[in-house]
Design a protein around this ligand. Structure first.
Ligand code: AMP
Length: 192
């Protein structure tokens, strides 16, 4: 399986669709947000650093995230393909991922961009706050995360376009989880 970078705003469904892709294709899954939340739960030094950024809706420094990503990647089972969920979030992270994979003679694979309007995103995140109790799913932090997404992460879509990796699935055209997933599977099947 080719690697997949799942890309989109907070609440666009990256984690949800990644779980479905893992079930269907048996790939590895790296969610950098989950890695950080596990560190917070374990009370590590990294977790304490991460908490400050996450609770503020800010991104952790690129150099730290790049090290975490490389470590996590090197501990994944080889040869199954990996879904990168929540990484890269900046151009510097994308360049670092490209370099890291090239050094290992691995392919970057494909990028799947989930496009969802902001009103739907906000409603989903507020609902997730009730269901999962994530500390950063409150309205104030959500607004900051959207701003950070627009400033630092969304420009990456063009970066992937230039790499010839960009595939877009739009909620406006596929307004149900099933329809979104069908499109996502179609993209994955065509790429493999
Ligand atoms: P997520 O679960 O992907 O929404 O991530 C939750 C939070 O973890 C983000 O709002 C950031 O504070 C932090 N985070 C996760 N991935 C990254 C990354 N690639 N770069 C910087 N910060 C990250």
């Amino acid at each position: 399986m080719k690697n997949i970078i799942i890309f989109g705003a907070p609440g666009s469904g990256k984690g949800t669709y990644s779980d479905e892709i893992v079930k269907k294709y048996g790939m590895g899954h790296i969610s950098t947000g989950d890695v950080l939340r596990a560190q917070i739960k374990a009370g590590t030094e990294l977790g304490m650093t991460a908490k400050g950024y996450i609770d503020n809706g800010q991104l952790l420094p690129d150099s730290l995230m790049i090290d975490i990503l490389a470590d996590t990647y090197d501990n994944m089972p080889a040869g199954q393909g990996v879904i990168f969920d929540g990484f890269p979030r900046t151009i510097a992270q994308a360049e670092a991922l490209k370099k890291m994979l090239a050094e290992r003679k691995h392919d970057m694979g494909i990028m799947i961009e989930l496009v969802v309007d902001e009103e739907t995103l906000l409603a989903r995140l507020l609902n997730r706050a009730i269901e999962q109790g994530r500390a950063d799913d409150n309205e104030e932090t959500i607004k900051k995360r959207f701003a950070v997404y627009h400033e630092q992460t969304s420009p990456l879509a063009d970066w992937f376009e230039k790499e010839g990796m960009r595939n877009t699935v739009d909620w406006a055209e596929n307004p149900s989880k099933e329809q979104m997933l069908a499109k996502v599977y179609d993209i994955i099947d065509k790429a493999n």
